[in-house]
Design a protein around this ligand. Structure first.
Ligand code: XMP
Length: 512
């Protein structure tokens, strides 16, 4: 739920839009991103304290470039335009933008020429970070230029009376010295926010909202043991107690003992989880399937089918809670439009629209690390919050080629050893993900004096911020040596271990 005080960010497709949103929340004020064409009437209704227009890759004169209704500037709500946002303000309000300006990337010195609340407590010169093609050549009537750089003589403009500001540089990136202060000045001094938004505030607010929405009906929530669904279930449990129906669908594609551990973890958290053993049907449907997309689709559809069957067993279920995060939402709302489909991601977020439940998605605006912070404020342990991500289709996308119970068992054993050794080396929490992949090839080896002809295990160990890009971890040789030796010695059916040294992009994290 939106608190009374929030900042609205209109997205024009900048790669930094998400960063603006989180900086504002870090400053203690809730922020929400909406697409650039979010209706002005709607904005007038929801009454944000301020509006930020993000940057974007387009040119304001370009055919089909994202625009705003000029009424936006008549709402009496303070506006800050960043980069493309600044150019749009100028373009809409009678200024001039030069399409053929010299491109400018990287650092520049901003000379602040006029005092302003936006620059409160700042030196008169700061280093700012630029990334633009077009530039302003004339400020719109009613605006004055209050700061400049060598290449952008019209770098910051203001209309003090209307509280409309535009900056050519990016205050949201860390390379802009005091960028966070500038955003805070906008939020607190210009928009007059009071602040106080934090994880506890979020929790309190959501609990109130969930109670009001749900009343005495039941909410179903599929948990996976992952961070998002676990934090969600704990939040729901606080809000509605017994009216939460948490189910765990075991698709037979989990790591060793994972199902039992998850049920036990929830028990410790005081949440009853209905354990649904559906492994047989998943494995049956995966029989003879080799194509990765086909596997993902089968698993996704089967998950929905099982989920719906289970939901039928409970009366009064009106709501379905999902741990959808902002990165899951962005692809359908971003100005840039949906990104190319690389893989069909199947998790609870993949349920079809025709589903009969109303949705509850408290984390729609948040990022994973913010959800972790909420989990922490809800009292969850670091062990739970720092679990490595695990894909919805589970080990099926790590057994390359056909999935069989035998291959799953080989992979489980190798995976167990890898994780154990990563933990022994105190590396688990420093790593985004570590897992084993079973390749569909056999290689020749020699064990004792015998020839062997067995499977190859690939190890994938990566660091990442958000799963969008990744680098392989330079594991110490002795750790690699131990993992390799243990897998070959202890796992029947494997005689060779290789280490995946590919970044994402061009590879993806999972192999399928
Ligand atoms: P890729 O392989 O696309 O993975 O580089 C990026 C991150 O997403 C995880 N992943 C999934 N998570 N459902 C999920 O919930 C899925 O279908 C899925 N596929 C990949 C992957 O483990 C990595 O952390």
């Amino acid at each position: 739920m939106r608190p009374n005080e929030f900042i609205l960010i209109l997205d024009f497709g900048s790669q930094y839009t998400q960063l603006i949103a989180r900086r504002i929340r870090e400053a203690g004020v809730y922020s929400e991103i909406q697409p650039f064409n979010f209706p002005v009437d709607e904005i007038a209704k929801i009454k944000p304290k301020g509006i930020i227009l993000s940057g974007g890759p387009a040119s304001v004169y370009e055919n089909g470039s994202p625009q705003v209704d000029v009424k936006l500037f008549q709402l009496g709500i303070p506006v800050l335009g960043i980069c493309y946002g600044l150019q749009l303000i100028a373009y809409k309000l009678g200024g001039e933008v030069d399409r053929f300006a010299k491109r400018e990337y990287g650092k520049a010195i901003l000379k602040i020429e006029k005092d302003d609340d936006l620059f409160y407590d700042l030196n008169s010169e700061i280093t700012v970070w630029m990334s633009h093609g077009d530039a302003l050549v004339k400020a719109p009537p009613g605006f004055e230029v209050i700061a400049q750089t060598e290449n952008s003589p019209i770098c910051v403009i203001r209309n003090r009376e209307k509280k409309i500001y535009g900056v050519q540089f990016h205050p949201e990136v860390v390379h802009t010295e005091k960028g966070f202060e500038i955003l805070k000045n906008f939020v607190y001094r210009i928009c007059q926010c009071q602040g106080g938004w934090n994880a506890e505030f979020f929790i309190e607010n959501e609990i109130k909202e969930i109670r009001e929405t749900v009343k005495d009906k039941k909410v179903m929530c599929a948990v996976s043991g992952g961070v998002d669904s676990t934090v969600l279930a704990v939040l729901l449990n606080r809000a509605i107690g017994e009216n939460l129906i948490a189910i765990y669908i075991d698709n037979g594609l989990m790591r060793r003992n994972e199902g039992k551990e998850i049920v036990e973890m929830f028990k410790q958290l005081g949440i009853k989880v209905y354990y649904i053993d559906a492994g047989e049907i998943f494995l049956k449907r995966l029989c003879n399937v080799i194509d990765p997309e086909e596997k993902r689709k089968i698993i996704g559809h089967t998950f929905i089918e099982v989920f719906e069957q289970e939901a039928e067993k409970f009366k009064d279920v009106e709501f379905l809670a999902q741990g959808t995060l902002y990165p899951d939402v962005i692809e359908s709302t971003s100005y840039r439009g949906p990104s190319a489909k690389i893989k069909t991601h199947h998790n609870v977020g993949g349920l079809p629209e025709k589903i009969r439940f109303k949705l509850i998605e408290p984390f729609r605006e948040l990022f994973k690390d913010e959800v972790r912070r909420i989990g922490k404020a809800l009292g969850l342990s670091d062990e739970i919050l720092n679990r490595h991500p695990f894909p919805g289709p589970g080990l099926a996308v790590r057994v390359i080629g056909e999935v069989t119970p035998e291959k799953l068992e080989i992979l489980r054993s190798a995976d167990e050893i890898l994780i154990e050794e990563i933990r022994n080396a105190n590396l688990y929490d420093k790593i985004w993900q570590a897992f084993a992949v079973l390749l569909p090839v056999r290689s020749v080896g020699v064990m004792g004096d015998e020839r062997s002809y067995e499977y190859v295990i690939a190890l994938r160990v990566v660091t990442s911020q958000d799963g969008m890009t990744a680098d392989w971890v330079r594991l110490p040789y002795d750790v690699l040596e131990k993992i390799s030796a243990r897998i070959v010695n202890e796992v029947n059916g494997v005689n060779r271990v290789v280490y995946d040294i590919t970044t994402k992009p061009p590879a993806t994290i999972e192999w399928e």
